[in-house]
Design a protein around this ligand. Structure first.
Ligand code: GAF
Length: 393
């Protein structure tokens, strides 16, 4: 728990609105493997982390109005519940209003509320600060107004908020991980059935290190949507030529090969990556459960190649960082993490050389790109939680 942030949101709430708010913590996530498989109905292996967004939320005396304060952006926003609509792309208010709008669509009567939030999930790092914001708001409103929603429903509502208000046609991994994470455990999720299970992450004398490239490309969300469309195109070609399938999850490499002539070379490569990445979730899960660290490292390396060459969601800075890490003896494997076009690499590093690895990588990165990486230590944590016990009638 980040006590400083809890204090900051609590005092800002009291100063602006008075009264005692509900306090909610909503974490970001890492992803061990399974990038872009979620919207293809495949498997993913994320975990919630200690980095989180903290919320102070309470009912407003004015039942028709909401006030939001983002301490990190140093901005506030006031809107009538009847006037909720998306602002320009990228606006932080969209993540809050998107959730309200999705709740309204499901006939949940959101009344006026006040909200203050602040977080330490680095934005643009691929650690899902946006899902943390959506899930925290959804959980807070559910508590405040007693909607009785289950966590899976909250993940679905938060995902829809991202589609309809932020304009990113994301899968459900990030919201699911933020809501369903468990301390020290990985979350294996089937994105079709939404069945999931947790298992312990045991890395012996290795540790996971995130290195933020501090690159966050503006094309990330548009290219994300393009990747999704390319996968859908692949599915429709397979449907026409070969067999009735709902998603790439149901397609074999043989089937894909049989349709190669009918697809553009790009669509073929995109689909191939998804099929292989989906398989990697299965092999990674086995490797982790068997404590086979070498195998885990090898999977990370192959995933990086796939993201660079087939799915084409990497960028020069990330390629450099991953190559640097993957050429070292004290690193078992490294790859880009998250949606792509910047953000972090996830590195499986010998614990005793963590510091040296970070220092060497930073020096090389600085020399090459004239900027620094930011190391982020990973602590696997519980999902969204209420952190105080205020009773609201
Ligand atoms: C982003 C999306 F929000 C997720 O749904 C997922 O597709 C991820 O990119 C890539 O694995 O975080």
């Amino acid at each position: 728990m980040n006590e400083e942030l809890i204090k900051a949101v609590t005092s800002a709430y009291e100063a602006n609105f008075g009264g005692q708010p509900l306090l909610v913590r909503a974490p970001g996530r890492i992803n061990l493997i399974g990038e872009h498989t979620d919207y293809n109905n495949g498997f993913v292996l994320p975990a919630a982390v200690a980095h989180a967004t903290y919320f102070a939320i309470g009912k407003s005396e004015d039942a028709g109005t909401c006030k939001f304060i983002s301490l990190d952006m140093d901005q506030q926003y006031e809107v009538a519940l009847a006037d909720i609509k998306p602002l320009e792309q990228g606006a932080w208010q969209n993540y809050v209003m998107g959730v309200v709008s999705e709740l309204q669509k499901r006939d949940k009567t959101v009344e006026g509320f006040n909200l203050v939030f602040s977080g330490d999930v680095p934005r643009g790092s691929g650690m899902s600060s946006s899902a943390a914001l959506e899930c925290g708001v959804c959980f807070g409103l559910n508590e405040l107004f007693g909607f009785g929603l289950e966590r899976v429903a909250m993940a679905q509502i938060s995902q829809k908020a991202e589609h309809n208000y932020a304009g990113v046609m994301c899968g459900i991994m990030d919201q699911f991980a933020s809501l369903m994470g468990k301390q020290d455990e990985a979350l294996l999720l089937d994105c079709e059935s939404l069945e999931f299970r947790h298992f312990p992450i045991v890395l012996e004398d290795y540790t996971l290190v995130l290195c933020n490239s501090n690159v966050s490309h503006s094309l990330a969300s548009s290219e994300y949507n393009v990747r999704r469309q390319q996968c859908e195109e692949g599915v429709s070609i397979i449907n026409e030529k070969l067999a009735r399938v709902d998603s790439l999850r149901d397609v074999t490499l043989e089937q894909l090969d049989a349709c190669k002539e009918e697809m553009s070379e790009v669509v073929f490569r995109r689909c191939k990556y998804i099929l292989e990445e989906n398989k990697r979730v299965e092999t990674m899960t086995k490797a982790m459960e068997n404590g086979d660290l070498e195998a885990i490292g090898g999977i990370l390396k192959r995933a990086q190649q796939g993201m660079r060459d087939e799915y084409e969601i990497s960028c020069p800075e990330i390629d450099f960082m991953a190559d640097f890490a993957n050429s070292r003896e004290d690193v078992l494997g490294a790859r880009m993490m998250g949606g792509g076009f910047g953000g972090c690499t996830i590195n499986l590093v010998k614990a005793e050389s963590e510091e040296a690895f970070i220092a060497d990588l930073n020096a090389a990165y600085q020399q090459k790109f004239d900027k620094s990486i930011t190391p982020i230590s990973v602590k696997i944590s519980d999902g969204v939680q209420l952190i105080n016990q205020v009773q609201h009638a």
